[in-house]
Design a protein around this ligand. Structure first.
Ligand code: GLN
Length: 480
């Protein structure tokens, strides 16, 4: 087998090796399967590895290469898939007992598109139940550990996908992001993660959490790899009426906005706030960009303090509607009882975990008659105000930079109080509410208990401005 530092191996680099015949798809696949055998017992990123199919597909691709066929752009690229994205014939549990025995009957659009480009799917990764959480502790199946310190969480809800990439157990991964679930675990584990513009990637085949906020996106080892994957994933899809193709005009001299409200964030009456050394890491990235030709300036996003209250009303409302379909009749778990109502009740009691139940209750409450206007209706108006903040900001600047999360990875069990967990979403949720694209990439590390923990920097752009994120992100990677 070719000798190479496989942890540095990116999609672009492996393609060149495949093309020159210095590496075979079989060898590439075996690198990742070996790594999974070596590490995943401890880290727990995967719920299942699709070993058998992988060998067959690898053989088939190697044969085509030997026969002189042109190599498709993602041939041989082993991708890990979050457990809420459907792959025909494979299980998809969304981290929940409710769907423990569910097998997907069709491919999600992203899976079909990536498969057509030659990608291979390594396995299903662990996640918070139905994508609700920021630590993967809410998975019904197991704990996933942060590879930088196994006493700490990997973030969530796409924790398994982030660990698979960060620990070299996948070349890239798919996640979903409703309020930060791609970017936050990417930041905690030291990977690149992109939440695309709302509608840029089809949601067909994604098990829905909150449909007006959900997006599928890539986690990768480099900004270039995330860009490449996104280019194959994006585009209008007749199966998702909210999807569309879009681009915006390129800009030469990119102006970068630094939101004052984020850098001074401290939650009123609580201890949570932006941690000093995390801020310093991100400031260093801003300085580097500034010294290398980017104009940087302070901007304002005045409705930042309403971001979390708004999200934690709208999201549960949508969750309660989306999860109503899990009634024990149509999908997954089915508990027998005397009457139909008792069957519903027993199935939902046994099938859902605490966090999911909490959100269904909250959501049903904010949508109930008499409270609808006061909560849901009001939160919709706040959402528009938050979106307007971004519209105004993007009249002045082309990209907005911030920390991805106010603090590095926390310890297991440290955030038992649900509100403490929710507060960590302060910088990631705005992009979902506004529908804009946002990228998290590593920008350094901070020390906690003698361990170096990764810090993520977040770049946000106007609707369909992903290319801007890639341009600035790639430059920043070179400068760091
Ligand atoms: N942490 C956020 C939540 O718990 C975001 C989850 C997500 O993006 N799926 O809702």
């Amino acid at each position: 087998m070719a000798v190479l530092d496989d942890t540095q191996l990116t999609i672009a680099a492996s393609r060149a090796l495949l093309q020159k015949g210095e590496l075979s798809v079989r060898e590439l696949v075996s690198i990742f399967l070996e790594r999974i055998k070596e590490k995943d017992q401890e880290l727990g990123a995967y719920l299942e590895v699709f070993e058998e199919h992988l060998w067959e597909e690898a053989e088939a691709q190697d044969k085509m290469i030997r026969e002189g066929n042109t190599i498709k752009p993602l041939w041989g690229v082993p991708i890990a898939v979050k457990d809420n994205i459907l792959i025909a014939g494979e299980r998809a549990n969304a981290g929940s007992r409710m769907l423990e025995n569910y097998t997907a009957s069709y491919d999600a659009t992203v899976i079909r598109k990536l498969r057509n480009a030659g990608a291979l799917f390594l396995g299903r990764t662990n996640m918070d139940e139905f994508a609700m959480g920021s630590s993967t502790e809410h998975s019904a199946f197991k704990k996933t550990k942060n590879p930088h310190d196994i006493t700490r969480v990997p973030g969530g809800s796409s924790g398994g996908s982030a660990v698979a990439v960060a620990a070299g157990m996948a070349m890239a991964a798919l996640g979903s992001d409703t309020g930060g679930s791609i970017r936050q675990p990417a930041a905690f584990c030291g990977a690149v993660g992109l939440k695309p513009t709302y509608g840029a990637v089809s949601r067909s085949g994604l098990i829905a959490m909150a449909s007006s906020l959900d997006q599928i996106g890539p986690l990768a080892r480099s900004v270039e790899d995330a860009e490449l994957l996104f280019s194959f994933m994006q585009g209008e899809d007749p199966k998702d009426a909210t999807s569309r193709s879009g681009i915006i005009a390129e800009r030469k001299d990119i102006r970068i906005g630094v939101p004052e409200e984020y850098f001074s964030w401290k939650e009123k009456g609580r201890e949570e706030g932006l941690e000093k050394d995390v801020a310093a890491c991100v400031r260093r990235a801003i300085t580097l960009l500034n010294e290398n030709g980017y104009l940087t300036k302070t901007i304002h996003l005045p409705n930042t303090e309403y971001v979390l209250p708004c999200y934690y009303v709208l999201m549960p409302a949508e969750v309660s509607a989306n999860l109503a379909r899990f009634d024990g009749v149509r999908y997954g778990l089915h508990e027998r009882a005397g009457t139909l109502l008792e069957e519903y009740e027993r199935t939902r009691e046994r099938g859902f975990g605490r966090e999911v139940k909490r959100r269904i209750l909250l959501g049903s409450f904010v949508l109930s008659s008499g409270f609808y206007e006061a909560y849901y209706g009001h939160a919709l108006k706040v959402r528009r105000a938050i979106k307007r903040d971004f519209q105004h900001a993007f009249e002045e600047v082309d990209v907005i930079i911030s920390p991805t999360v106010p603090a590095p990875a926390f310890r297991f069990g440290e955030k038992e109080d649900p509100v403490a967990m929710y507060l960590g979403d302060i910088f990631t949720v705005p992009a979902n509410l506004a529908g804009i694209p946002a990228l998290s990439m590593p920008c350094g590390a901070v020390e906690r208990d003698g361990k170096q923990l990764p810090v993520g920097v977040q770049l946000m752009a106007p609707w369909f401005g992903e290319d801007r994120l890639f341009a600035v992100g790639k430059r920043l990677e070179e400068l760091l």
